[in-house]
Each structure stands twice: as structure tokens, then as C-alpha cells.
Design a protein around this ligand. Structure first.
Ligand SMILES: Cc1cc2nc3c(=O)[nH]c(=O)nc-3n(C[C@H](O)[C@H](O)[C@H](O)COP(=O)(O)OP(=O)(O)OC[C@H]3O[C@@H](n4cnc5c(N)ncnc54)[C@H](O)[C@@H]3O)c2cc1C
Length: 386
């Protein structure tokens, strides 16, 4: 092989949220980074489009302040089924924005690309990275020389296979779709509506627009309108609303890999494992991983990243497991939602855990008896006891 003309400290395969966040963080630490994506920005993707407070905090560290951006703030999460409505506000905590922001995925991608350009990132768009087993990665047919290669190429990562990192466990696999509707948001929460076939979550993204993402384990029912039709309250609200975007779909998984690094190659974002979309934490996780990986590479080794990566997914995957138990057991779900509707403070404490502001074990120790009692005692009695 002749000497390659394309060289860099770090070659980033994939310019989605994970790839761009890592690229910006690496540039902030002074590395020469080249990012290549098969598509051309702004890149759209099926997503609930709710930027949670912890995602906002990570974006601020990259120099992206969403307060200045046109989106729609939301103050917490609301769970609804045909019997109950349970709402939890986001916690107030130092350095944590008190609100999330609903934002079109296209807008988020544009903000990341603009910031990447500002920090001097080299970007190749419309440029799939060639990954042939046993050969170096190539761009436009030319091999690339790099010190580190990062695979941030999403759920169906080809870098993962190319680098021999496929071994792991696929815990859950569901299908998600998203669509936008022209309608005045009726709530300043992200509403997770539980139906017989899956969840539909509604995020306000503007004065007159909402994003609806649906997730189901039943592939034959996996269309936005089918899931909406199965949830009467939502069907009514959207009955006359104009659809403002093309439907987009994607798989969503809970996946754990045995290893996320091999030599000087690392996986990042959805390529490196994931938690089901219903957690709403996908972006926060990939942004945290990006910061971790940038620190690790800046220290001259991938070992810290390899050692710490699993922690970034532990809590979201535990939450995903719990939420998918509720997905499969409607009577349990009904009871849990009733408990949270009657005891919003308990729901808020759980949301605090979900955002990483309180350890799960402390929550379990402090609140399991109260939760258990509320689950067991019939609602009428529980009013008297608590
Ligand atoms: C239905 C649904 C709803 C969701 N809702 C939310 C939510 O509300 N909030 C939240 O935080 N998260 C949500 N998520 C999760 C979130 O969207 C993902 O975690 C996030 O997109 C992962 O980003 P990524 O950069 O790792 O992957 P991706 O966004 O998939 O980006 C991968 C990029 O790699 C590129 N690529 C692939 N192969 C190559 C190649 N060979 N060469 C060059 N480029 C390549 C692709 O073109 C793509 O741009 C949702 C996911 C789904 C499916």
C-alpha cells in the first residue's frame, strides 16, 4: 500500500449526534479530527426530539446553548393511560437546567454541524467510509491513516463488525416511528401515552407543532397512525391536525457489548450499545460517552474509556428493562401509573434517579416500602394510610 494522503489524529465514522459531539470535544482538547458521514446535513432521523435537562447540560459543555434556540421548553414527564395521568417535574439541581427542550432533530443536527465548523472540524459529507474486512478504512477509495478510529455509525454499525466487536447481548429490539403534527401543544410535558400495542410519546417542539414518536414490539403494527388510533385520548387530540413531516422509522434496541474497544478502535453512541428509546435518554448517553472518549484519547489511551463505558448505559438499561415490563403487563402498568398519579412526589424522585441526580440504590432503600405499600393497598385505603 502506498502512503495515504488522508491522515488525521482521529477518524470518526458517522456524523450523527454521537460522532459530532465527540469530534467537537476532541477539537476542544486540541486533536486533529476528520469526520465522515454517508449522508448530507442536516441529517434527519426517527427520534422523540425531547432534549432532556441532562442532554442540555452536556450540549452546553460543547458550547451549544439551547436556551437561545427556538424550540419548546417542557417541564417534566407525564405518563398517561386510559385510567390515570401521572406527572413529574424535573428536579432543581446545581448545573442542571430546570427544563428540557423539544427541538426538531434537523435543528439539533444543524446546531452540532455549526459548532463543529466553528471549532475547526474537517468534515466529509455524502462520504461513506469503506470498511472491507482486513483492509484499512477508506474514503473515496483512498485509505485513511489515523491514530484512533471511532465508530459512531449507529445501531447497525459496520465498524462494529469490521473491528470484531459484535459479541454481546441484544436484550430487546423494538420498532419506532415518528411524525410531526400541526397542533397547539396541549401540555408542557413530554407525554408518554401507554396503549395496548406500545407507547406514543408527544413532545412539544414549537408554538404550533408536536412530534409524536411511537415504539412497539409488534412490527406488523409499527406505524405511527396505528399506535395513535389505539390510544383514544391521543386519537381525539390529533384527529384534525395536519401532518407536517414524512414518517420516519428506525429500530430501537437494548444492547450490551462485551467490548467497545479493540486496539486503537473505539465504538461510540448507538454503535456501542443502547437503551430502548422509551427511556428518552439516548442523546444524553451518547453525549456523556463522547466526553468520556475525548478525555480518554486526550490522555493517550483508550483504556479509561473501555473501563468506564459500561457505566454510561447501566442506569438507562435498568430503566428500559423496568419500562418494558410495564409494556408487557398492562395490569401492573395500570397499578404503577395509579400509584404515581396519587403520589407525584414519588414519581419525581424516580425522575431524579433517571436523570442521574440520585443513585438508584438510595432511591430503592428510601422509597421501596412506600412504593410497595401503595402498590398493595387499594387506592381508597391508601388515601387514609398515607
Ligand atoms: C423512535 C426513536 C425515538 C427516540 N427518541 C429519543 C428521544 O426523545 N430523546 C433521546 O435522547 N433519544 C431518543 N432516541 C435515541 C437517539 O435518537 C439515538 O440514541 C441517537 O440518534 C444516537 O446517535 P448516534 O450518533 O449514535 O447514531 P445515529 O444518529 O444513527 O448516527 C449514525 C450516523 O452514522 C452514519 N453512517 C453509518 N454508516 C456509515 C459509514 N459506513 N460511513 C459514514 N457514515 C456512516 C449515518 O449516516 C448516521 O448519520 C430515539 C430513537 C428512536 C429510534
Amino acid at each position: 500500500m502506498g502512503l495515504s494522503r488522508i491522515c488525521c489524529d482521529v477518524l470518526l465514522v458517522g456524523g450523527g449526534p454521537a460522532g459530532l459531539a465527540a469530534a467537537i470535544a476532541l477539537r476542544q482538547r486540541g486533536l486533529d479530527v476528520l469526520t465522515a458521514d454517508a449522508l448530507v446535513p442536516p441529517i434527519d432521523k426517527a427520534c422523540g426530539e425531547g432534549i432532556m435537562p441532562d442532554s442540555r447540560r452536556e450540549l452546553a459543555r460543547l458550547g451549544i446553548d439551547l436556551a437561545a434556540v427556538h424550540g419548546s421548553p417542557f417541564r417534566g414527564i407525564r405518563f398517561c393511560d386510559e385510567y390515570s395521568i401521572a406527572s413529574a417535574n424535573f428536579p432543581t439541581a446545581p448545573n442542571l437546567p430546570g427544563e428540557g427542550i423539544g427541538l426538531r432533530r434537523l435543528v439539533l443536527h444543524r446546531l452540532l454541524v455549526d459548532r463543529a465548523r466553528e471549532v475547526g472540524l474537517r468534515m466529509h459529507w455524502g462520504s461513506p467510509v469503506g470498511l472491507i474486512p482486513g483492509q484499512p478504512p477508506s474514503l473515496g477509495g483512498e485509505p485513511v491513516r489515523y491514530r484512533y478510529l471511532i465508530g459512531a455509525d449507529g445501531q447497525s454499525s459496520r465498524v462494529r463488525a469490521w473491528a470484531g466487536l459484535e459479541q454481546g447481548t441484544l436484550h430487546t429490539r423494538r420498532v419506532g416511528f415518528r411524525m410531526h403534527y400541526r397542533v397547539r401543544p396541549w401540555s408542557n410535558y413530554v407525554e408518554v401515552c401507554w396503549g395496548p400495542f406500545g407507547q406514543a410519546y408527544v413532545t412539544p417542539i414549537g408554538d404550533n407543532e408536536v412530534c409524536v414518536a411511537v415504539v412497539t414490539r409488534l412490527p406488523h403494527l409499527a406505524r405511527t397512525s396505528r399506535i395513535i388510533d389505539s390510544i383514544p385520548l391521543l386519537r381525539e387530540r390529533l384527529r384534525h391536525a395536519q401532518i407536517t413531516s414524512r414518517e420516519r422509522g428506525s429500530i430501537t434496541t437494548t444492547r450490551r457489548l462485551r467490548n467497545v474497544t479493540n486496539g486503537n478502535i473505539a465504538l461510540l453512541g448507538d454503535a456501542s450499545g443502547s437503551a430502548d428509546a422509551v427511556t428518552g435518554e439516548g442523546l444524553a448517553v451518547v453525549f456523556r460517552q463522547a466526553a468520556l472518549l475525548a478525555d480518554s484519547i486526550a490522555s493517550g489511551s483508550l483504556d479509561p474509556y473501555a473501563a468506564e463505558h459500561a457505566k454510561t448505559l447501566r442506569l438507562p438499561q435498568a430503566m428500559a428493562r423496568a419500562l418494558l415490563v410495564l409494556d408487557r403487563h398492562p395490569s401492573l402498568r395500570r397499578r404503577v401509573l395509579q400509584v404515581f398519579a396519587r403520589d407525584p412526589a414519588l414519581f419525581e424522585k424516580l425522575l431524579r434517579v433517571h436523570l442521574g441526580e440520585e443513585p438508584l440504590n438510595r432511591f430503592v432503600l428510601a422509597h421501596a416500602p412506600r412504593f410497595g405499600a401503595r402498590m398493595l393497598i387499594p387506592p381508597a385505603f391508601s388515601e387514609l394510610v398515607f
